[in-house]
Design a protein around this ligand. Structure first.
Ligand SMILES: [Zn+2]
Length: 199
């Protein structure tokens, strides 16, 4: 059962809100999540980090950003699993949130009501440019939203989309620079035409 004995170690009121960091691939979402979590730790706040079990691109127990700035994390199979693992903490970070199920917004709200600062990072759009998993719902209920951007390698504009370079059609295909490229809105819409030009 989820029971939280809330005890503040630092002075001041409980932080009971949700922050969402979203954007395309290679936009620095995880780096920003790690930056905020490290800053909380420096302030002696207790921190826990979760990620979906299906994200196995890197080490199982670490949230790792592309610059290899890692923070230890707990892999969970479902969003409700977060509640089973929660300890007496001030801040909860959730990475790769787009891979979680539709109950994640409720879980985040439950944590926030208990007096926890919840920081969620995830892709806002899938490779087709459609809203991804529970992220749109989270954006609706969050107090703070940060949209980070990559740079489009074709034109230098801000990249908001994750263009899939491979032909796979499943919504969830794990990969890095071998399978995805950040693109601006126009270059994303031009799709494979750009690939042909670059050959
Ligand atoms: Zn572009």
């Amino acid at each position: 059962m989820f029971e939280l004995c809330f005890r503040t170690q630092f002075s001041g009121a409980a932080q009971r809100w949700i922050e969402v960091i979203c954007g395309s691939m290679f936009s620095g979402k995880t780096e920003e999540l790690i930056r905020r979590l490290k800053r909380a730790r420096i302030a002696n706040q207790r921190v826990q980090i979760f990620k979906p079990q299906k994200d196995i691109r890197y080490e199982i127990t670490n949230v790792v950003s592309h610059d290899e700035n890692s923070v230890e994390s707990i892999p969970v199979a479902t969003s409700l699993g977060i509640l089973d693992h929660i300890r007496d903490v001030n801040v909860v970070g959730i990475d790769e949130a787009q891979f979680f199920d539709e109950k994640l917004p409720d879980v985040c709200q439950k944590l926030a009501i208990k007096g926890i600062r919840v920081i969620v990072a995830g892709l806002d759009m899938d490779f087709r440019g459609r809203p991804f998993g529970p992220i749109p719902h989270l954006l609706a209920v969050a107090e703070y939203i940060t949209k980070v951007h990559a740079i489009c390698p074709h034109c230098g504009n801000l990249a908001t989309h994750s263009f899939r370079l491979s032909q796979e059609q499943d919504t969830v295909v794990l990969g890095e620079k071998d399978k995805y490229e950040p693109r601006c809105r126009l270059c994303f819409e031009m799709g494979n035409i750009l690939d042909l030009k670059s050959i």
